[in-house]
Each structure stands twice: as C-alpha cells, then as structure tokens.
Design a protein around this ligand. Sequence first.
Ligand code: C2E
Ligand code: MG
Ligand code: MG
Ligand code: MG
Length: 275
Amino acid sequence: VAKEHRRGSGETFDKRYEQASRDSMTVLNDLRIALENKELYLVLQPKVNIHTKAVMGYEALIRWRHPEKGNVPPGAFIPAVEKSGLYYTLDLYVARAACELINAHPELNVPISINISANSLHHETFVDDLKAEFIAARIPFAKVELEVTENALVHSDRAIGELHRLHQCGFAICLDDFGAGFSSLGYLLRLPIQVIKIDRAFISHLTDSDEAKAVLEGIIKIGRDLKKQLIIEGVETEAQLTLLQSMQVDFVQGFFFYRPLPVPEALALLGSHQN
Ligand code: C2E
Ligand code: MG
Ligand code: MG
Ligand code: MG
C-alpha cells in the first residue's frame, strides 16, 4: 500500500494500511513482552536423507504461544519483525534457545540450523553478538548452520561480508527459499554458502508441470556443479518424492516425512534410523 499514504505526507491513511499498521504495532508490542516472558520456543523439523530415510539434521523453527491468542504462526509476526528493529533481538533469542537445546541434549549428533534475518547482517554488532552466544554456551560454531532467506538484502556487500565472517569462524551457511524471490544465479558465486535450500514453490508444481521439472533439474545441476549441498523443502507427497529420487536429490524436508515437531519427539527419531 503505496508511499502516498505514509505518515506525515499530510494525506489520510488508507484504511487497510491503517489497520495493518495498527495490527503490526500490536504484534510488535506483544512480541516484546513475549521475548521477556519466554512465550517463544523452538520446534524442530527433521531433514531427511532420502536414500536411508535417516534424519541428517534439524531446522529450528520458532513458535509463539500467545497467552490470549493461542498459537501465532511465524507468518503472522516475522514480517512485522523484519520491518521493525526487532529482528536483531529475535535472532539472538533464537540463537540462545538453540544453545540451550544443544546443551540440554548431548545425544544430538546431527547439525541443527537456525533461521536468521538478512536484516541482522546489517546490524552493527550482530555477528559478534551471535558468536558471543555460542562462545558463552561453549558450543562449537560448526555444530550450527545458519539459514538466511535469499532476498535483496542478502546480496548487499555488507551482508555478504558478514556472511563471510560467519563462515570463516565455522558456521555453515544455507541459502534458504532459493529461487523464490530475487535470485540471480551470478550471486551464487559471491555468497559463502555451503547449502542451498530450494524453495517449496518448485516442488509444489513438480508433478503437474514439465516446465517446473525442467527448472528444478537445472537448479539441481547448478548446485551440484558448484558442489553445494542441496535440500529440497516442502515435499508433501509420495509422487513428489519419487520424482526427486529420479533427479539425484539426496536431502529433503517436508510434511511427507515430518512436520515441525516438539523437541523431545524430534530427537526421539535419532535412534530409530541408525544415525
Ligand atoms: P523457512 O525457514 O523457509 O521454513 C520453512 C517453513 O515451511 C516452515 O514454516 C515449515 O513449517 C514449513 N514447511 C515445512 N515443510 C513443509 C511442507 O511440506 N509443506 C508446507 N506447506 N510447509 C512446510 P514456519 O515454521 O511457519 O516458518 C515460516 C517462515 O518463518 C520460515 O520459513 C522462516 O523464514 C521464518 N522463521 C521461522 N522461524 C524463524 C526464526 O526462528 N527466526 C527467523 N528469523 N525466522 C523464522
Ligand atoms: Mg529455513
Ligand atoms: Mg525463509
Ligand atoms: Mg525455506
């Protein structure tokens, strides 16, 4: 909803915008309280090796149990967080929660990934503060993978520089939602990434469109040639899985295997497939 309606322009607010901004103010206020009260917690979605069906890693995803509204999905507050300054606080909160989780579960023998906002890479002290969380918790950086959603912000010189610093100290970096937004294949060469997670959009059209299949095959080929680890997200059906198996894909994530799970349930899977 356009710039004409910006505060201070002397014009009246668009009603929808007014509602949206009021809601996002409410969300942000509630969220500040939630961060203090620890209403936010992590669930884990397994990443699966499609040949052995073993869990090869976990992605930590944030959940919010609001005292009045009940469970608020990330889609309802992450966008507001990204537009405010709160991404920095949230990302560090998640890092700390991940550290606590790792220390509480010594049986965790596969990497865990956390999502960080590309905005945080533009924050003055974020990288040092993130490292400090892991150092304080005595957790080696290499135990953790950082997922950053591909968008315009991630392609700035500043963000790329900060990603290099994170990679140099041992974090694995995963480019999340690849292909969904501002992709430019040339950028792949500049980003210090080891993992590419291919956006769900490609998978959802896989079984009904030869074009979608061709594009996905192309992306997979590029990823392989660049020696990146590839993960396909959003695998929901057996038909999708069968097609992916014919495309030399090794790792997937999606409701077909597992939804995001409470931590104990997720970690109980570790023993069950000879990890
Ligand atoms: P994402 O990082 O791309 O995470 C994948 C999202 O897709 C998750 O939604 C997950 O539950 C969902 N998903 C996984 N498999 C399937 C599937 O087979 N089908 C469908 N339809 N969906 C699937 P979720 O947990 O609602 O998170 C949404 C987004 O919010 C995440 O996308 C991520 O960008 C952001 N987010 C989640 N947790 C955090 C966090 O701790 N910090 C930050 N900064 N962002 C987060
Ligand atoms: Mg992710
Ligand atoms: Mg994402
Ligand atoms: Mg994703």
